[in-house]
Design a protein around this ligand. Structure first.
Ligand SMILES: Nc1ncnc2c1ncn2[C@@H]1O[C@H](COP(=O)(O)OP(=O)(O)OP(=O)(O)O)[C@@H](O)[C@H]1O
Length: 247
C-alpha cells in the first residue's frame, strides 16, 4: 500500500546572520516511516530539528506536515533529547500522562492511553514509583512511553542514546523500534552513530558538514531485528562511512 507523505521539506535554508547552517535541504518522509539523519558534530543537527518543528523560522524554504506549514501549535510534535527528561517529581504513570494533560485531553482518553503505554512499555509494575527509583534503562523507557503517548504526528529524537553504554543503547533502540512498529508513528532520529542509524532506520539521510545539505540517502532493506554482523548490514554501514569519512 502506498503511504502518504507526512513531512515535505522544500529548499530549506537557515542562517544566523552571515553563518549559513542549513543550505537548500529538500526531502520527503512518508507516514509511519523511520528515518535517521546522520551528521557530524556541530553540522547543524539541532538547528535542523528546530527548523523542522518550526521552533525556529527558516531563512527560506518550507516544512510541511500533512501539507500544512509545520507548527508546534497545529501539529502534535514529540521530542526525545539526549539530556535525561523524565519528570522526577512525578510518578511513572503521571510522567506518561503528562503530555496528554498538557494537551487538555479528556480524562477517559488520558486513562486509556496511559494504561496502553504502561502495558506496551512493561512499566505497569513501576507505575507508582518515581524515576529516581528506577534503573537508567527503565527511566529512559518512561521518556519513550511519554513521547509515544501523545500520539504524535512526528517524533523527533536528537541523539538520545549518545552517552549510553552499548548494552543500554541497544536495549533502548530495540524498545523504540518495538513501539514504532506497534504504533506506526513517523520518526526522525538524529545521530552521529552510523551503526545506530543502520540498526534502526528504514532510510538514512546523510548530512554534509556545515552548511548542512542532504548529501545522500540510503534505504536500509533489512528486516528487524537486525544483526550488526550481517554481511549486508556491514556493507551498508561501510557505504555510509565512505560517504562521510572526511568529517
Ligand atoms: N541561535 C543561534 N545563533 C547563532 N548561531 C547559532 C545559533 N544556534 C546555532 N548556531 C550555530 O549553528 C551551528 C550549528 O549548531 P547546532 O547546535 O545546530 O549544531 P549540532 O549539529 O546540533 O551540534 P552538536 O553536534 O554539537 O549537537 C553552530 O556553529 C552554532 O554555533
Amino acid at each position: 500500500m502506498k503511504k502518504n507523505v507526512k513531512v515535505q521539506v522544500n529548499n530549506l535554508c537557515k542562517s544566523f546572520g552571515d553563518l549559513k547552517v542549513i543550505e537548500d535541504c529538500s526531502f520527503q518522509i512518508k507516514e509511519g516511516e523511520f528515518v535517521c539523519v546522520v551528521g557530524p558534530t556541530g553540522c547543524g543537527k539541532t538547528t535542523f530539528l528546530n527548523v523542522l518543528s518550526n521552533l525556529l523560522e527558516p531563512t527560506s524554504g518550507e516544512v510541511l506536515i500533512d501539507g500544512e506549514k509545520a507548527s508546534p501549535r497545529k501539529h502534535n510534535l514529540s521530542f526525545i533529547f539526549q539530556e535525561p527528561s523524565s519528570l522526577p517529581w512525578l510518578t511513572v504513570e503521571k510522567n506518561i500522562a503528562y503530555g496528554l494533560k498538557a494537551k487538555n485531553k479528556d480524562k477517559k482518553y488520558i486513562q486509556e492511553q496511559t494504561e496502553k503505554i504502561l502495558d506496551l512499555m512493561g512499566l505497569q509494575k513501576y507505575r507508582k514509583a518515581y524515576p529516581a527509583e528506577l534503573s537508567t534503562s527503565s527511566e529512559q523507557k518512561i521518556v519513550i512511553g511519554r513521547a509515544f503517548a501523545v500520539n504524535p504526528d512526528l517524533l523527533l529524537m536528537d541523539e538520545p542514546y549518545g552517552q549510553m553504554d552499548v548494552k543500554t543503547r541497544f536495549y533502548l533502540e530495540d524498545e523504540v523500534i518495538r513501539m514504532w512498529k506497534e504504533l506506526q508513528k513517523t520518526i526522525i532520529f538524529i545521530t552521529h552513530n552510523i551503526e545506530e542509524a543502520v540498526y534502526m532506520a528504514e532510510r538514512v539521510l546523510i548530512l554534509s558538514n556545515k552548511p548542512a545539505k542532504v548529501k545522500d540517502e540510503v534505504v536500509i532493506d533489512l528486516p528487524h531485528p537486525r544483526r550488526v554482523d550481517d554481511p549486508r548490514f556491514i556493507e551498508i554501514r561501510n557505504y555510509i562511512t565512505e560517504q562521510i569519512k572526511w568529517w
